[in-house]
Ligand binder design. Structure first.
Ligand SMILES: [Zn+2]
Length: 48
């Protein structure tokens, strides 16, 4: 196991941002039909 800094590493999944179309990685499994946003596009205060 690789444990650096005492943080458990999460499994990252490849996804494509639904807004800018850039490839990104998300800590959850992308669900079909659900848009995935990269860190730049995913903002907590953005209106849906
Ligand atoms: Zn994006």
């Amino acid at each position: 196991m690789t444990e650096e800094g005492g943080r458990p590493e999460r499994e990252m999944h490849d996804a494509v941002c639904a807004k800018c179309g850039k490839p990104c990685k998300v800590p959850f499994k992308p669900t079909e039909g659900r848009p995935v946003y990269c860190r730049d596009c995913f903002k907590p205060r953005s209106r849906f």
